[in-house]
Design a protein around this ligand. Structure first.
Ligand SMILES: [Zn+2]
Length: 465
């Protein structure tokens, strides 16, 4: 049998060295290295990235205006001198100014973000950048007690052209010679009909399933009906969208195993953070430097909620240094000694929602999506699994609509659907106050745009979905 890690000879050494390091060394750094050593690695990475970024026109223009010279930056302690880069800067630089001047364009693959945090964004990735995401993925497998040799992995992701999942999938197949020997990995398009996904999972019998909350929720309903009797994963990995408490509970109950969050984005090129077995969202801080800023772009104190700023410390193609375009609300704890044995910065309380998909009420209160979801809290408190899916939509500034999809087979018995609706109603009245109308309706299904899982909360400016 061929070695899983056998490298396809078409790759030149410049590409294969990062891949080999990301297979044999990098996944184990958080466990094996001292904090001091990791900081040294981060500083080295960062110095290289700054030089690389300085040759990228869109960054160069901004840096020159601020009088930044790469030789001034000796390590991450100097990051505060560097200006932020916004999503609109990358958009403006596409296609020619977001790659360094001497970069061989044939190596680049276009990536288009899903637009779940606003307008879609185009940028470039390449195989070197991808090889670091393999290191991150292998680290997560180790943490979850899985191994590529004997664990079967099903990834249910977005197979649309230029989506990051699809680009990574192509790299995996074309550049890393593992497909022949890696019989224990399958990629399934999340937007195939559910019965087809169930059929594939039944045949494949995965140990680990990776997907979106909405996809898991749909699958969970059919598994509860007994349709996935050969699907017995050891654990589930969920990412891409906010996971609410009810969905987590519902899906874990259906699959009879634990579900863990991973947090990443197309721009990060890999998972920025992963949830450990003790429930903490650890940052892969040897791969990323994460900062949090307030609405005036000041750095937040440790433990203070703000918007995430991403610095990807590795890779080529389009760099992301002090990038504010992810728009997620987070709270950092810089130094956390976790019971799992890892000592890394963590994202406290998980990802709280996208800043530009927050619900804003007439009195000026702002709720990140996760904070505006009280439906899952009510359903958990009532200890019911009668609701297959729900969505909260701000129709007007003072009108909130909540759609519920009821599981017909569980309709009878306590609590009744009208009791559930009444409870959600009174909970929201308490939350938003008397001036806002709450409409709760039972619907047959929750529609989403093609090739995009439906979000939990749709705020006013986004209600054309
Ligand atoms: Zn931990």
């Amino acid at each position: 049998m061929k070695n899983f890690y056998e490298i396809n000879p078409i790759i030149n050494p410049a590409n294969s060295i990062p891949l080999i390091k990301n297979i044999y060394i990098n996944p184990y750094r958080l466990h094996n290295y001292t904090t001091k050593k990791i900081h040294k690695i981060r500083d080295n990475y960062f110095r290289k990235m700054i030089k690389y970024t300085y040759n990228t026109p869109v960054y160069q223009e901004i840096y020159k205006k601020s009088g930044i010279n790469p030789s001034d930056i000796q390590g991450l302690e100097g990051i505060k001198k560097i200006p932020f880069i916004e999503k609109k800067d990358i958009s403006r630089g596409y296609p020619n100014n977001i790659l360094p001047k001497n970069y061989d364009h044939r190596k680049a693959t276009k990536v288009c973000t899903s637009g779940s945090s606003g307008k879609p964004l185009n940028f470039y990735t390449d195989f070197i950048t991808y090889s670091y995401s393999i290191g991150i993925f292998l680290r997560e497998l180790k943490i979850y007690g899985l191994h590529w040799k004997n664990s079967r992995i099903a990834h249910i992701g977005n197979a649309s052209p230029n989506k990051i999942d699809n680009v990574h999938e192509k790299y995996l197949k074309s550049k890393v010679n593992i497909i022949n020997s890696l019989k224990n990995y399958i990629f399934i398009n999340a937007f195939e009909p559910v019965n087809l996904i169930i059929k594939k999972l039944n045949e494949f019998k995965p140990d680990l399933i990776i997907s979106y909350p909405a996809t898991f929720q749909k699958l969970a309903y059919f598994i509860k009906r007994g349709e996935g009797n050969k699907i017995n994963p050891r654990l589930l990995n969920v990412g891409g969208y906010i996971l609410d408490k009810y969905t987590k509970n519902y899906v874990e109950d259906a699959f009879n195993c634990k579900m863990f969050n991973v947090y990443g984005s197309a721009e990060s090129g890999g998972d920025i953070a992963f949830e450990c077995m003790k429930g903490n969202l650890h940052i892969n801080y040897d791969y990323y430097h994460i900062e949090v800023i307030d609405d005036k772009k000041r750095i937040c104190d440790d433990g203070e909620q703000g918007q995430i700023v991403l610095t990807r410390l590795f890779g080529k193609a389009t760099p992301f240094i002090r990038y504010t375009g992810l728009n997620d609300w987070v709270t950092l704890e810089q130094d956390h000694s976790c019971e799992c044995g890892l000592n890394t910065p963590i994202i406290k309380n998980g990802i709280e929602g996208r800043a530009n998909t927050s619900v804003i009420l007439p009195d000026g209160r702002v709720f990140p999506s996760a904070a505006f979801d009280h439906v899952s809290t009510v359903l958990n408190d009532l200890n019911t699994h009668k609701i297959r899916q729900f969505q909260i939509i701000q129709k007007k500034l003072n009108v909130i609509k909540i759609n519920l999809v009821v599981d017909n087979e569980l309709r009878k018995g306590k609590p009744t659907i009208s009791e559930i609706i009444k409870e959600i109603q009174s909970n929201y009245e308490k939350l938003v106050g008397p001036d806002i109308q709450i409409i709760i309706e039972e619907v047959d299904e929750i529609k989403s745009l093609p090739n995009k899982p439906s979000p939990l909360v749709i705020q006013l400016s986004n209600d054309k979905l």
